[in-house]
Ligand binder design. Structure first.
Ligand SMILES: *[C@@H]1O[C@H](CO)[C@@H](O)[C@H](O)[C@H]1NC(C)=O
Ligand SMILES: *[C@@H]1O[C@H](CO)[C@@H](O)[C@H](O)[C@H]1NC(C)=O
Ligand SMILES: *[C@@H]1O[C@H](CO)[C@@H](O)[C@H](O)[C@H]1NC(C)=O
Ligand SMILES: *[C@@H]1O[C@H](CO)[C@@H](O)[C@H](O)[C@H]1NC(C)=O
Ligand SMILES: *[C@@H]1O[C@H](CO)[C@@H](O)[C@H](O)[C@H]1NC(C)=O
Ligand SMILES: *[C@@H]1O[C@H](CO)[C@@H](O)[C@H](O)[C@H]1NC(C)=O
Ligand SMILES: *[C@@H]1O[C@H](CO)[C@@H](O)[C@H](O)[C@H]1NC(C)=O
Ligand SMILES: *[C@@H]1O[C@H](CO)[C@@H](O)[C@H](O)[C@H]1NC(C)=O
Ligand SMILES: *[C@@H]1O[C@H](CO)[C@@H](O)[C@H](O)[C@H]1NC(C)=O
Ligand SMILES: *[C@@H]1O[C@H](CO)[C@@H](O)[C@H](O)[C@H]1NC(C)=O
Length: 656
């Protein structure tokens, strides 16, 4: 039940994402002539990318103007101030063949309700795997429909080429905001008379910045889209992994952009590691090397992690370490798995000399000299709270072997990250490494309004960062390693006071239950630490997850739900459920023992969980180049700053 709940949660997220109420023909292309990468795109000098051109012929709907489909469009490119050349001449390419297709879209909610889509015919060409080496501003011009044109200004950034960091460790707290960090500090660290006696590891970073997470065609991003921005320096569209979204139906033909992991490996031979508490095909871990319009193409994404992008000439990066969940994309259909071409992906990885690891015990004793695939559960990994405090919740059929046994021996983010560092350290030698470590379920638990589990995941991330710093320091690798901690987007979460759970439980009338909420001076102090009622003892975590006075916490946008502001001891929360046979979601009658306050949602009734929000998210930096990360900047700047720190701003083409 709990597991399927997290699988359903991931699927629901995709559904929510595509049901946006602002309808566009094609997000980043407001005109009838589309150029991808579009206007305002930035590039790293020498970064590989694809160009996709589309000319649209609206057949009906408000944009239909009776023109024929233009199949003779032209495209030129040139540095600002210099002469432009046809694209084939500029990149010394053969003219690709013309592609044609059609698609439909709804112009607004009225058209959707009336089931009257608008039809568009498309003529298109794609130029694959090109690069521009000389920094500066370029103008790319598509000329179509007898003289209309779409002009795109592209900026090739001029970055330093000297390498300053040997390694980069990028920690992503998925969905993590400053508000959540504040709440996690409150429950995890003791304060006396307004003064903390200990701090989070993040609090001690020397440099703090803010990144803006907006995407190319919507101001709220999903994790695929935002991961693409962090990994490629190019803004993208919801559900896209390292591609711009074109209008064709094939989710693998969209124009690709090379990622930091791919460039780092191609130019320096550096090694790559991926650690996540999500299923490993999920957007954030996949985004190091996957390229697809559809983040839900999990089976193909797992194959891309092993073999690179299929059926295209693209950089293939051997990944040293892959640790996470998602066993159902590895064991074969005969055991109930769903895999690419029905293969057994444990076997496929083993053939390419990976150690196959399926539990914590084996992880801790794995060889540091060999590549490692560690898959520890079906779906997302168990949450910190369930692994450490409410262990009975691990009793579900989630074994990574696909044998329907429970996955009881799961590692945490800390153990996976430290092992990944040891393997990368030994295997990369002088070449250095890039490691992504993602605390995925901060986001997943905020989606289902399970604030306690989300904060537990955040404290586990912080504990991991603390242990990572100590480990690097003890092996003399701290000074040569840039450590970044950031998020990919936020959720509208905050804490407004406290709740007297005893008083709330004693009331029968919802309006009276609200008296249990204490604001301002009635909010009191955190009771999660050292209350003498210990359920867990580790100085970086709460000692009591169910004190009488809990946090009055919540999100800005919700489905209908029943709030009792108490920890969910029997596993991750399921706040809303659809009425029988409908997509109409109501508060789950069994949530919080049915005792909380019934609150009406604000989201469309088809949504059964919370959604991402607009807020800028923090960036903590420590190590070489830390100074690049102070201030307020765009998410894509994180890519350029990491590239600069690795010395990847190569201005010259590779020697033939
Ligand atoms: C446009 O044409 C398509 C295909 O004939 C049709 O299904 C659709 O309803 C039409 N839409 C409008 C807005 O007329
Ligand atoms: C759209 O394209 C498909 C195949 O490319 C074709 O079979 C279909 O007839 C087209 N639809 C319309 C309404 O033109
Ligand atoms: C372009 O001009 C030609 C000749 O005047 C005309 O036949 C054609 O329909 C025009 N095409 C477009 C897309 O306007
Ligand atoms: C790649 O090509 C093979 C063989 O044509 C095909 O079976 C497979 O589905 C393709 N993969 C993708 C992701 O397009
Ligand atoms: C862990 O995995 C190893 C290797 O597959 C296996 O031998 C061992 O029994 C497993 N341990 C547990 C506790 O499941
Ligand atoms: C685990 O769950 C099964 C089936 O729900 C139950 O029979 C068993 O008693 C549970 N075991 C533990 C240790 O909770
Ligand atoms: C690294 O270790 C040294 C020696 O134990 C210690 O003095 C220093 O504070 C440590 N640095 C960090 C950042 O932990
Ligand atoms: C201590 O824990 C018990 C059991 O979880 C709970 O009933 C009680 O309210 C707690 N006491 C305090 C002071 O938090
Ligand atoms: C949904 O249907 C099932 C089986 O028909 C029934 O047991 C259950 O009570 C229904 N739930 C609701 C919320 O109506
Ligand atoms: C919640 O919505 C229902 C209608 O769906 C309405 O009857 C009820 O009064 C609302 N409750 C509150 C607390 O607003």
């Amino acid at each position: 039940m709990k597991c399927t709940c997290s699988i359903v949660a991931a699927a629901a997220l995709l559904l929510n994402a595509v049901s946006a109420q602002t309808f566009r023909r094609l997000g980043a292309c407001p005109t009838l002539g589309c150029v991808f990468p579009p206007d305002q795109a930035d590039f790293l000098a020498g970064q590989y990318f694809d160009i996709r051109l589309e000319v649209h012929q609206p057949v009906n709907g408000s944009e239909a103007i009776g023109l024929p489909l233009d199949e003779k469009f032209t495209f030129t490119i040139g540095k600002k101030g210099a002469a432009s050349k046809p694209v084939t001449e500029y990149f010394k390419l053969q003219e690709p063949k013309l592609e044609k297709w059609n698609f439909t879209w709804f112009e607004d909610l009225f058209a959707r309700d009336a089931k009257k889509p608008s039809l568009v015919n498309v003529a298109s060409k794609a130029y694959r795997r090109v690069a521009i080496y000389e920094p500066g501003e370029y103008t790319a011009t598509l000329t179509y429909n007898n003289g209309s044109s779409t002009e795109a200004t592209w900026t090739i950034r001029d970055l330093a080429e000297e390498r300053k960091a040997k390694n980069i460790i990028l920690f992503i707290g998925d969905g993590m905001t400053t508000n959540m960090i504040t709440a996690a500090r409150l429950i995890g660290h003791k304060s006396i008379n307004g003064k903390y006696q200990s701090l989070l590891a993040m609090d001690k970073f020397p440099v703090l910045g803010h990144q803006m997470t907006h995407s190319i065609d919507s101001f709220i991003t999903d994790s695929a889209n935002s991961a693409a921005a962090l990994n490629t320096g190019h803004k993208s569209t919801v559900n896209c992994l390292n591609v711009y979204a074109d209008s064709s139906i094939n989710p693998f033909d969209d124009p690709k952009v090379e990622t930091i992991a791919e460039i780092f490996h191609r130019l320096t031979g550096g090694h790559i590691g991926i650690v996540s508490t999500a299923y490993i095909a999920d957007a954030t871990p996949a985004a190091l090397v996957a390229h697809t319009r559809n983040r839900g193409a999990y089976e193909a994404i797992v194959d891309q992690l092993l073999n690179g992008v299929q059926n295209y000439t693209w950089t293939d990066v051997p990944i040293d370490v892959i640790f996470g969940g998602g066993a159902e994309q590895f064991y074969p259909p005969s055991l109930g798995g769903k895999t690419y071409q029905n293969k057994n992906y444990y076997d496929e990885f083993a053939k390419q000399k990976y150690q196959i690891i399926q539990n914590r015990t084996s992880l801790l004793s794995a060889k540091n000299s060999e590549k490692a695939l560690g898959i520890f559960t079906v779906s997302n990994m168990a949450k910190w709270l369930d692994r450490n405090v409410y262990r009975q919740n691990l009793n579900q059929s989630l074994s990574p072997a696909g044998d329907k046994k429970p996955a009881l021996d799961q590692p945490g983010l800390k153990e996976m990250t430290l092992k990944a560092i040891d393997i990368l350290q030994e295997r990369s030698g002088d070449k250095g490494y890039f490691l992504l470590s993602e605390a995925a379920s901060i986001d997943k638990m905020m989606h289902v309004l399970d604030y306690d589990r989300a904060l537990g995941e955040l404290l586990e991330l912080d504990d991991t960062i603390k242990a990572t710093i100590a480990h690097l320091n003890s092996t003399n690798c701290l000074k040569e390693t840039l450590i970044l901690v950031t998020a990919d987007h936020g959720h509208g979460f905050d804490v407004m006071g406290s709740v007297d759970t005893h008083y709330l439980a004693a009331q029968n009338v919802d309006r009276k239950k609200r008296d249990a909420v204490g604001t301002y001076e009635q909010s009191g102090l955190s009771q999660y630490i050292n209350t003498g009622n210990l359920t867990y003892t580790d100085s970086n975590f709460p000692s009591n997850w169910s004190p009488r006075y809990t946090l009055f916490q919540g999100l800005m946008a919700d489905p209908d739900r029943r709030e009792d502001w108490s920890v969910h001891k029997d596993g991750p929360r399921l706040p809303a459920v659809a009425a029988n046979g409908t997509k109409d979601n109501y508060a789950n009658p069994r949530d919080g023992s049915g005792k909380g306050i019934l609150l009406n949602g604000t989201l469309p009734v088809g949504d059964d969980q919370g959604v991402h929000s607009l807020t800028d998210v923090p960036v903590f930096a420590m190590g070489p180049c830390q100074e690049l990360f102070g201030g307020v900047y765009n998410s894509i700047d994180i890519f350029y700053n990491m590239a600069e720190c690795f010395g990847l701003g190569r201005g010259t083409p590779p020697k033939q």
